[in-house]
Design a protein around this ligand. Structure first.
Ligand code: SF4
Length: 415
């Protein structure tokens, strides 16, 4: 077998990393300037660089790769599983460090996202991931962003070391329910994943406490921890996914839960669905996640927005509108009197618009025109708002028009 060049390894290991949604820039069409008749400029297939949002909100480019796509585990949904017939490759620690530094110096990237299949053992793999981060930070004084995937079964001391070098750590829960995990990733242990997350939460809290007290205390994963759930690989509906996400946020203080619509992989296992779920389902889950984090909805409230027949959020309208349609008694809301929390529930009103409304109404009673000036589109808001010169009529009739929506089609995949 001929040895692979670094470029060949990069092709394989960047492609293998694309299934991780934690910092995705996926969804675009394939275009490559090399294939055109007259050439061109740019490519959407460049290897290994993706975009993510830094803790301060900046969009940054990351080198997103696996250390290796070999794995001793056999998770059914994973292209890198032991029984998968894919080309394998493995970077050395030195190769990842050199690639990161050379991409960084050329201004291609601002950080590294590094994950790995499990080689030999969880501890050995974790040691390799930590060695990359340690070398970057200590030997090369690398100041860029580092996101490391952590392996739940690994020695907690290794996770602690990872937190000293990485900005963000993540442990994937993979599937929303314990049954799903048992069926599709039998070698993984849901309890162990949760306890690794709990350990990480404690270490992050201790780290941030120490940095508040002592100026020179070492930082521990200052960008917190995150996780990823695969959507549509098992039978879990959106209600189960929302419930799990909410529990993860409250139990482990996660910064983000990422949702990744299951995408069919080469040589798939027979227990997997044949088609991917609609990408819109993933989008609706991100919207519901946003509603939990920024609009004050509880998981139970969001669950009530789901279609009772399928347990999934409607695909044709956003979850905020779906919730409003199922809770008409909460509307219309008076822009001049309603508390901020009630205004945040008006479909079409975002956090900034609500804050502008609350600030403006201190000075005068707002009319519909005033609301229009403070928001992007007043048309969507009208059925839900009362203003000084506006009260909606035929509210129930108008809302009834939206209530019928088709059930999510992916459930046909699980007869
Ligand atoms: S442990 Fe990770 S890399 Fe290995 S098969 Fe499972 S999901 Fe894939």
């Amino acid at each position: 077998m001929t040895a692979l060049t670094t470029r060949q390894k990069l092709e394989i290991l960047a492609d293998a990393a694309k299934y991780d949604a934690s910092c995705a820039s996926s969804g675009t069409a394939k275009r490559d300037s090399a294939s055109g008749r007259k050439g061109g400029i740019g490519s959407t297939e460049g290897m290994g660089i993706c975009h993510a949002y830094a803790p301060d909100g900046r969009c940054i480019s990351l080198l997103k790769i696996l250390l290796t796509n070999s794995c001793v585990f056999d998770c059914h949904y994973c292209v890198n599983r032991r029984s998968s017939d894919v080309r394998r490759a493995r970077f050395t620690v030195r190769e990842v460090v050199d690639l990161t530094l050379s991409f960084y110096r050329r201004n291609y990237i601002e950080g590294l996202f590094l994950s790995s299949g499990i080689i030999r053992s969880s501890d050995y793999t974790m040691e390799q991931l930590v060695a990359v981060a340690r070398s970057l930070r200590e030997e090369h004084d690398f100041r860029g962003y580092i996101h490391l995937k952590t392996i739940p079964d690994a020695d907690p001391e290794l996770a602690r070391q990872a937190g000293l070098y990485a900005d963000r750590l993540s442990i994937n829960v993979e599937l929303p329910t314990e049954q799903g995990l048992r069926r599709l990733a039998p070698e993984k242990d849901g309890q162990r994943i949760e306890s690794a997350m709990a350990g990480m939460r404690d270490a992050i809290e201790d780290g941030s406490d120490a940095s508040r007290r002592y100026a020179h205390a070492p930082r521990f994963a200052p960008a917190g921890q995150s996780t990823q759930m695969i959507v549509g690989a098992d039978q879990a509906d959106d209600r189960a996914i929302i419930r799990r996400a909410s529990a993860l946020y409250s139990r482990h203080g996660l910064r983000r839960v990422y949702y990744s619509a299951f995408s069919p992989i080469p040589s798939p296992s027979s227990v997997l669905p044949l088609k991917r779920p609609p990408l819109m389902r993933e989008h609706r889950l991100y919207q519901s996640d946003w509603m939990m984090r920024f609009y004050g909805y509880s998981a139970q409230e969001l669950e009530s927005a789901a279609d009772p027949a399928t347990g999934c959020l409607p695909l044709d309208i956003d979850p905020k509108l779906a919730w409003a349609l199922r809770h008409r008694d909460c509307f219309p809301v008076d822009v001049n009197r309603a508390p901020r929390e009630a205004l945040l529930r008006v479909p079409g009103l975002g956090v900034k618009a609500v804050d502008r409304i609350v600030a403006s109404r201190r000075h005068r009673r707002l009319r519909l025109d005033d609301v229009a000036r403070l928001t992007r589109s007043v048309a969507k808001l009208r059925p839900f708002l009362v203003a000084a010169d506006w009260r909606p009529v035929h509210l129930a009739d108008r809302l009834t028009l939206h209530i019928a929506h088709p059930p999510a089609s992916q459930y046909e995949l699980f007869p």
